[in-house]
Design a protein around this ligand. Structure first.
Ligand code: FE2
Length: 426
């Protein structure tokens, strides 16, 4: 057995999956192997660390304290805080927080008084949205200053990111917007679930040309039509077979139906990217309330859009250089007026969205659904949210899919080539 240090595995999964020959590699997380983050240079297939952030000066712990302070589950519900923050005013509390962070050139220290008890105290005295906004603001400022320092030091123009902190899609936008950044990539499984992948990359380092784009993350289990059919028969649900099924799915979405899509290999990482996804049109913002309610979820960020790659400039500003990262729903972008007007359900109160750009090569079936939907409606985006029930993992097997479909009261299940209408609609 061979062991690798925690942050080198984060660095490796970001760098070797990026396809960049040269990149500044930054990992930021709660804790791992004594560190809460690191900066490294990736060049010619080699990784050289230039700085380590010593625990306990952890931006992960910092952000977890506000998650807990606002009554959510730390190291799980951080995304809710990112969503909440956009509604608040960061100015109310940011100075109070900055007084508890020492920023030094190329580093930072988070003072001991800046902890979960402090976050709880703030949450008991100030509006939650303003508390969330201040933590998000300070996180963005401290992390971008850290990245900017090492960009200047190294002269590198590509940034690759990993670690649980960079699950923060808004932070990633700020890093991408830094002066001197040409391209960005975030490992799609940025949390510690990706460390094994990093270790595997390192183990095979030395093989030529290791840094190549992942192209897709459909790396999980897949099920043959026979398995799917067996699950449908067990469920005693009525079904029809369509070959191809994609135009039918597009028609249903265009007609305002909620379609749960199960197809091919499951996604690697935390995001559903079309193979274990719930799809809906993005024209009515109200969907964010009623569909979340049906799924038993509390979210403050709108659902994410899946957008045809070919139409990215019609929908998002400043996306060149971020369009590879955006295939994995890991960064927000400012939206165009077209996007705000035509797909308002996917646009946050601050005018951003966190798209999945869908290419024909990465997911032909999903790309065909979107192309067909675009042909019917003139719109290149639909809402894509993970196919799972409240606090459960994303569905994996056909049986999981049937159960979540019934429980969530979704209109249609499009599983492989089979289409099932919810019994309550028949
Ligand atoms: Fe980690």
């Amino acid at each position: 057995m061979k062991r690798y240090e925690h942050h080198i595995t984060h660095a490796a999964n970001a760098y070797y999956g990026s396809g960049f020959d040269e990149a500044l590699i930054v990992s930021l997380d709660g804790y791992g192997s004594g560190l809460a983050g690191a900066a490294s240079i990736g060049r010619g297939g080699k990784i050289e660390r230039i700085h380590g952030i010593d625990y306990p000066h952890s931006l992960g712990t910092f952000y977890e304290s506000v998650t807990s302070g606002l009554g959510f589950r730390p190291s799980r519900h951080e995304g809710k805080i990112v969503g909440l923050a956009a509604y608040g005013d960061p100015k109310v509390l940011r100075d109070v927080l900055f007084a508890r962070v020492d920023q030094t050139p190329g580093g930072f220290r988070i003072l001991e008084s800046n902890n979960v008890y402090f976050a709880r105290m703030l949450a008991s005295q100030f509006p939650k949205i303003d508390v969330a906004a201040a933590y998000q603001h300070v996180l963005e400022q401290v992390a971008t200053a850290y990245v900017a320092y090492y960009l200047r030091q190294t002269g590198l123009r590509n940034v690759v990111l990993s670690g649980g902190v960079v699950a923060n899609v808004k932070l990633n936008q700020r890093i991408f917007e830094l002066d001197g950044v040409d391209n960005i990539f975030i490992h799609p499984n940025m949390g510690d679930g990706g460390c094994g992948t990093g270790a595997a990359f390192l183990e095979f380092q030395g093989n030529a040309n290791l840094t190549k784009p992942l192209t897709d993350v459909y790396l999980g289990p897949s099920y043959a039509d026979d398995d799917i059919l067996a699950a449908l028969q067990r469920s005693q649900l009525a079904y029809d077979k369509y070959t191809p099924i994609e135009p039918k799915i597009a028609q249903l979405i265009a007609a305002g139906k909620v379609v749960a899509r199960f197809n091919g290999r499951m996604e690697y990482g935390p995001r559903a990217l079309g193979n274990r996804s719930i799809l809906y049109h993005a024209r009515e913002p109200e969907v964010n309330q009623w569909l979340n309610q049906r799924l038993g979820r509390t979210e403050f960020m709108p659902f994410a859009p899946a957008t045809l790659f070919e139409h990215r400039h019609q929908c998002y500003l400043n996306i060149d250089g971020g369009d590879y990262a955006a295939q994995f729903m890991t960064v927000t972008f400012d939206c165009t007026d077209f996007m705000k007007n035509e797909s308002p359900a996917a646009v946050h109160v601050d005018g951003t969205a966190r798209p999945q750009l869908v290419t024909a090569s990465s997911n032909p079936s999903f790309h065909t659904i979107l192309t067909e939907y675009h042909r019917l409606t003139g719109l290149p985006s639909v809402i894509n949210t993970s196919f799972n029930m409240h606090e459960e993992p994303i569905v994996c097997t056909p049986d999981d899919a049937v159960r979540a479909f019934l429980q969530g009261n979704l209109d249609y299940l499009a599983i492989g080539s089979y289409l099932v209408q919810h019994p309550s609609l028949r």
